[in-house]
Design a protein around this ligand. Structure first.
Ligand code: AMP
Length: 288
């Protein structure tokens, strides 16, 4: 496995692979890898097959963080990440620094204008502009045939799919399932911020999804507002928890629904102390 930090060298290699007909599978990440990321890399390995190449990018993208968010303290451990990438079957770790991706006079952004407004986009107004821009850049640098994203960031995966379609990126977008800890907490690099009792309290996110599933099993349809306030009360019983949003929506259009049923998708964002966690799931499943 090789580590590449130069944009020019990465793109040069990608162009050579393209000329040679080498199949490339790509997993973009911000590093501090956990089992969720590794499942994406293994999926990419299978998609690339034995003769193809797997590229994992590790880049903490400043433009997707708001001015008061955790960019500076986002966890980083490059030597551990490199080892995990090798074990999971990556061929290349692409790890550019901020200057390589954003030169001083950088001034071009990719903004998706339909799926981005609500939920994460409402709480983090410049977030998807940053995500769209970095994903477009990485696709142009790595030139993959297929790119794998996690369902953990469901809205992000949908926004990326729309950008790919609208701007004709010649890449297939694959969405891989959310990987969870044994007790249901969705894996996230930010879980490392959860100290002492906060780790236990954070279980309220996945438990809220389980509760919503239980509620629709008992009744055929439920008013979204009633279920939202029931779940908000449930979550905020934990002293350190504050709900940012709980949304029930159509999984294709991301439009909110008034009446929740088995076709509905649920997403939530919750502050656990000062750490903001997100989770989501289709409501027709079993344990999230
Ligand atoms: P991040 O490093 O947080 O930007 O995530 C990089 C990729 O890993 C994104 O496509 C995420 O959706 C995905 N990912 C993060 N956490 C999980 C998880 N628990 N299960 C599956 N995929 C995940």
């Amino acid at each position: 496995m090789r580590v590449i930090t130069s944009v020019r060298i990465m793109q040069h290699l990608a162009l050579r692979w393209r000329r040679q007909g080498v199949h490339v599978a790509f997993v973009p990440t911000m590093g501090y890898l956990h089992a969720g990321h590794l499942s994406l890399i293994r999926r990419a390995r299978r998609l690339a097959r034995s003769k193809g190449k797997v590229v994992v990018s590790i880049f903490v993208n400043p433009t997707q963080f708001g001015p008061t968010e955790d960019f500076a303290r986002y966890p980083r451990d490059f030597s551990r990440d490199r080892k995990l990438c090798r074990e999971a079957g990556a061929d290349i770790v692409f790890a550019p620094d901020t200057k390589a991706i954003y030169p001083r006079d950088f001034s071009t952004y990719v903004v998706e204008e339909d799926l981005s407004w609500r939920m994460e986009g409402e709480s983090r107004p410049t977030h998807f502009r940053g995500v769209g821009t970095v994903v477009a850049k990485l696709l142009n640098i790595v030139l993959p045939d297929v790119a794998v994203f996690g369902a953990k960031d469901f809205q992000q995966a949908m926004v990326v799919g729309r950008i790919k379609r609208d701007l004709n990126f010649p890449v297939k977008i694959v969405i891989a399932p959310t990987i969870r800890e044994r007790d249901g907490l969705a894996m996230s690099s930010r879980n490392r911020y959860l100290e002492g009792p906060l780790r236990e309290q954070a279980l309220a996110l996945s438990r809220a999804i389980t509760k919503a599933r239980g509620a629709i099993r008992q009744r055929t349809a439920i008013q979204a507002d009633a279920l939202r306030s029931e779940l908000r009360t449930f979550i905020e019983q934990q002293s350190a928890m504050r709900v940012d949003y709980i949304e029930f929506f159509d999984p294709v259009t991301l439009q909110p629904v008034h009446s929740v049923d088995r076709r509905t998708h649920m997403a939530l964002a919750v502050f656990v102390g000062s750490t903001r966690l997100i989770d989501n799931a289709a409501l027709d499943g079993g344990r999230p």
